[in-house]
Ligand binder design. Structure first.
Ligand SMILES: [Zn+2]
Length: 450
């Protein structure tokens, strides 16, 4: 791509916009421009101090310039369920898994994995989400599935976290194949993933994992020097099962088997008690809150206020309900207000999950200061149409993000200095119409098999 238009070697000057660095003491910069070079933010400075020649200019007048957003828990494959009316109604969380997700994922082919990921990634580009941490399941097409998702990542230019959800629910051979797929992904991400791909060891949830499989996964993750990515206490039933079968609450069981730690993502943590929250904090495990999914499945509202005050790193994911992180943030807020019957509660916790928690998660996994704009940091930048109707400064920026910027169109998406969308037009080497048409064919066939 060197020297090619839109390639990382371009020197891009973003000028005339209001820069939201969402970093440190100066989260809002007025009258500044930004030079992107070599995939990094080379310089942020007043306009007169930035080069006038030898750069391609992007005029951000009437727009805010802000960091690309991060989705810390995602399932690309669930795209193909959109509109599927064949699942029997479920009256609890285990019913949702039995009637829908576990019937669907067993029927997925490698092509299904690739096209569903590609379409969700294109949607992510359109919504300014530049890093997505996926959690994948396709029990009848395990080997090579993460490679397919990685390929879609390469074609869209996004930063993707990969994991295959190991589970004992389909027998020991399938669990073994899941372990191998994770190991393979860690290897190929290291060999050729550069600064775009990372892999974790994925696990479904404690209630579908034997002690032996937990031990194997933990040993493998330690061996490979990566963390795990697992659903934790999403529903009360996860606790009930582990208490009855193992005499342990979920977080304690995972701790004993070496799954927790500073590189591990625990998705949900809706039903954790005070002691478990302390264990999550002490082990520095990353918790990812997914409020839309939790409300949709009627499993409850995670107590991110208690988790934050106990020192847990809390980030925000969508569990595939959307790729729009500002939509998810708004729901996180309403859920905290409503859950506590107190509209003054949860604002800082919800906003910091997206704007501090997710960057911290990104940094632990990628080793890069993702999710904020700073000199020397990665050039993952989005432009959003937004001329603020009220003063926008350090004190008001979060209010603008939640109530205004979230309602505005993303105009331009840049990852590692590469322009993926500009003036709302994709600049990818992808025939979007053809991809969507192929996806509809694959989905129709999948629905027949369902
Ligand atoms: Zn999930």
């Amino acid at each position: 791509m060197a020297g090619k238009k839109g390639g990382p070697a371009d020197r891009l000057l973003i000028e005339n916009g209001l820069i939201l660095t969402l970093d440190g003491e100066n989260p809002v910069l007025q009258g500044y421009g930004m030079l992107l070079e070599g995939g990094r933010v080379a310089k942020i400075a007043p306009r007169r101090e930035l080069p006038k020649r030898g750069v391609r200019r992007i005029d951000a007048r009437g727009k805010v310039v802000m960091p690309g957003l991060i989705n810390a828990h995602m399932h690309f494959y669930s795209t193909l369920v959109r509109g599927l009316g064949k699942a029997a109604p479920a009256h609890d969380f285990n019913g949702v898994l039995r009637n829908l997700w576990w019937r669907l994922d067993r029927k997925l082919t490698l092509d299904d994995c690739y096209y569903s990921a590609l379409l969700m990634m294109i949607a992510a580009v359109r919504h300014g989400t530049t890093t997505l941490i996926d959690h994948h399941a396709s029990p009848a097409a395990i080997a090579g599935s993460l490679e397919r998702i990685a390929r879609a990542g390469g074609e869209t230019g996004l930063r993707i976290g990969l994991a295959y959800e190991i589970s004992d629910r389909d027998g020991p051979q399938t669990a073994a194949a899941g372990l191998a797929e994770n190991a393979d992904a860690v290897r190929f991400c290291r060999e050729r993933g550069g600064e775009h791909l990372r892999a974790l060891v994925g696990l479904h949830a404690a209630f579908t994992l034997s002690d032996e499989t937990l031990d194997r996964a933990a040993a493998m993750a330690a061996d490979l020097g990566v963390g795990c990515h697992i659903h934790v206490a999403e529903a009360e039933s996860d606790q009930a099962y582990n208490l009855e079968r193992y005499g342990l609450r979920v977080v304690e069981r995972l701790r004993r088997h070496g799954i927790l730690g500073e590189k591990t993502i625990a998705a949900h943590a809706v039903h954790v008690d005070r002691e478990e929250i302390e264990t999550l904090a002490a082990s520095r495990t990353m918790v990812v809150h997914n409020p839309q999914s939790n409300l949709n499945n009627a499993v409850g509202i995670a107590d991110i206020v208690a988790m934050k005050s106990a020192g847990v790193l809390v980030g925000l994911g969508t569990d595939a309900m959307t790729v729009d992180m500002l939509e998810e943030l708004r729901v996180a807020l309403w859920a905290q207000h409503y859950g506590r019957r107190d509209p003054s509660q949860g604002f800082l916790e919800a906003t910091s999950a997206l704007f501090s928690g997710n960057p911290a998660i990104g940094e632990r996994l990628w080793g890069l200061p993702l999710g904020r704009i700073r000199e020397g940091g990665p050039a993952d930048v989005i432009l959003v149409d937004y001329d603020p109707p009220t003063p926008l400064d350090a004190g008001s920026v979060l209010g603008h993000l939640v109530f205004g910027i979230s309602q505005s169109a993303v105009d331009t998406t840049i990852v590692a200095g590469r322009v993926l969308m500009e003036n709302k037009k994709l600049r990818l080497d992808i025939d979007e119409e053809r991809v969507a048409a192929r996806s509809r064919e694959l989905a129709a066939a999948l629905w027949m098999r369902f």
